[in-house]
Design a protein around this ligand. Structure first.
Ligand code: ATP
Ligand code: PH2
Ligand code: MG
Length: 243
């Protein structure tokens, strides 16, 4: 089942980014054909339901966040390119949310350990074969869900991670490196020619999180830049809310 109101949000995305819905569907159909039947859905539920979950993005604050994350207990969801600096600092996330444009070597390092939540869209069709290496994998789409393909809502890898955690009933969701804003973090693999579109994507991701905040049952916190509906929390106070 899709989060209510998603159809309108997706229709806005199609217009704003000039995406082709049929290509998004084609990509989802291909992903469905590659995915094996699995019990990964249950595994995510047991990791996330009623738990404190961290969603880690690649914004400028990620460098400051890493030493703090190292000391904290919680389920870690890495958004795509944040995986590389996390692994380099000995932090192994349980879940990776990706549309497969993150660092391939990092994916390989945890391909048998982590759960991969792979998003199919019209512009990553040629990358989908990569999932054959992932032991635990589920597929998502921004179009209608079907068969093995789900739609939890969200747009960029980071905000989709938050929608995922909310869908599986996380008790608390705490954001790290999810600054959005006008500065793209150094860990993000954004080419110069793609900066403008990336900033538009970040703006959309942030607005979707503000929308989610009006609907979710999870308690929402951010250590990064302010997001409406999220409680801003200082690193030094994290111990108080992580129980
Ligand atoms: N200022 C920021 N710069 C970069 N990433 C950010 C920022 N703020 C939040 N993020 C989050 O970090 C996530 C991971 O960053 P990354 O650069 O890997 O994105 P991406 O893989 O290009 O994202 P997408 O494929 O969703 O566009 C993004 O999906 C986004 O949600
Ligand atoms: N068709 C299409 N859909 C997307 C794309 C994209 O580049 N093309 N990027 C996303 C997050 O980066 C999410 N959805
Ligand atoms: Mg990505």
């Amino acid at each position: 089942m899709m989060i209510s109101g998603w159809k309108i949000k997706y229709s806005d995305i199609l217009k704003e980014f000039n995406y082709n819905e049929n290509k998004d569907k084609k990509s989802a159909i291909l992903l469905n054909s590659i995915l094996k039947k699995s019990s990964v859905d249950k595994k995510i539920h047991s990791l996330v339901h009623d738990k404190t979950v961290f969603v880690i993005g690649s914004g400028p604050s990620l460098s400051f966040a890493i030493p703090k994350i190292k000391k904290l207990k919680g389920i870690k969801i890495a958004a795509d390119s944040s995986l590389k600096p996390l692994l380099e600092n000995g932090i192994v996330p349980e879940i990776v949310v990706t549309d497969l444009d993150g660092d391939k070597d990092s994916f390989k390092k945890i391909s048998k350990k982590a759960i991969f939540v792979v998003h199919a869209h019209g512009d990553n069709i040629e990358k989908l074969n990569m999932i054959k290496e992932f032991k635990n994998c589920i597929g998502t789409t921004q179009t209608k869900p079907f068969n093995k393909i789900q739609n939890f809502g969200g747009f960029t890898d980071g905000d989709r991670g938050v929608f995922l955690a909310s869908h599986y009933g996380a008790k608390k969701i705490i954001l790290f490196g999810m600054d959005f804003g006008n500065r793209i973090g150094k860990f993000s693999n954004t080419k110069k020619s793609e900066r403008k579109i990336k900033l538009m994507k970040l703006k959309k991701g942030k607005s979707l999180l503000e929308w989610l905040a009006t609907k979710t049952k999870s308690e929402l916190f951010t250590t990064s830049m302010q997001i409406k509906g999220f409680k801003k929390i200082a690193y030094k106070d994290l111990d108080i809310i992580i129980t």
